[in-house]
Design a protein around this ligand. Sequence first.
Ligand code: ADP
Length: 286
Amino acid sequence: MDYVKRFQVKPGDKVNLKEIDASFRDRHKSHEHALAEIEVYNNKLRKLQYLLYAENKHSLLICLQGRDAAGKDGTINHVLATLNPQGCTVNGFKVPSTEEAAHDFLWRYHKAAPARGQVAIFNRSHYEDVLVVRVHDLVPKEVWSKRYDQINDFEKILHGNGTHILKFYLHIDADEQLKRFKKRIDDPRRQWKISESDYTERHYWDDYTRAFESAMEKCSTKQAPWFIIPANYKWFRNLAISRIIVETLDSLHMKMPDPTVDIKEIRKKYHEIRKKEGGGRPEKGN
Ligand code: ADP
C-alpha cells in the first residue's frame, strides 16, 4: 500500500490519536535495515524536485506540526538535505509580531506560500491559530471556531493556483517526549533548545490532543490532506515523509519542458564555432 493512502486522514474521518502507534516502523527492524529504502526515496525526491523546478507549473507546500520535541526541526534538516536549496524556502512561525497581529491571521502565511516551481516548508503553520490559540483562549471561541472553514477556503485558493499541500502531524507519545527532554538536559549541544514553555505546555497534553484531532478532522481535504506520521523513530518519520512527498510529486506526471530554442540550429552554430576556433580543447576530459 502506498504511504499516501496509509497515513492520510481521509476527509470526514474521526481521529483518535491515542489509538495510533507512535512507534510504528512498518517492516523495518532498524535504521540500518531501512537505509537502502531511505536512499532510494531521497534520490527520487531530488529528481522530482528538479522536475518541479524545471517545469515551473506546480508548487509544493509542506506544513509541519507536532508537539514540542516531535521533530519538526529534524524533519526539515532531513528533507532539506535532499533538496536543492535554490528551489526551496523554509519559514518558521512563532508568536505573531505586532505587524502580523494587526492583519488577518492568514496574512503572514499567504505571503510565505511557494511560488511556481518552488517548495515551501512551514515549521508550524496557519494551524497554530486553531491549536495554541484554542488551547490558551488567545481569542474567543467564536473567532477560532470559524477559522477551520477559513483555512479550508485559503487552502482551496492555493490549490486552485497549482500549489499542492501536504500537512504532517508528527506523532510522538508522552514517554518519547519526556525521553527527548531528558536528552536535551544531558547534552550540552542540545541545551539551548530547552524552553520553559516545553514543560508548561505538557500540562495541556490532552487539550492539545483534542485541538490536533479537531484540526485534522475538519481540515483534511482532498486538495490539502493531513497525514499522521508515527515519529517515535526519527528515521521512520523521515522515510515516511520522503515517501509521501515522492508519491505526491510522482502523481503529478510532470514533464521536462521543451527547449525554448531550436536545438538543431544551436548545435549547428556550436560546431561552426568549434571549427572556426580550430577545434579548441578535446570535447571530453581535461
Ligand atoms: P519552535 O517552533 O522551535 O518551538 P519557539 O520555541 O520559539 O520555536 O516556539 C514558537 C512559539 O510560537 C510556540 O510556542 C508556538 O505555539 C507559538 N506560536 C506560533 N504561532 C502562533 C500564533 N499564531 N499565536 C500564538 N502563538 C503562536
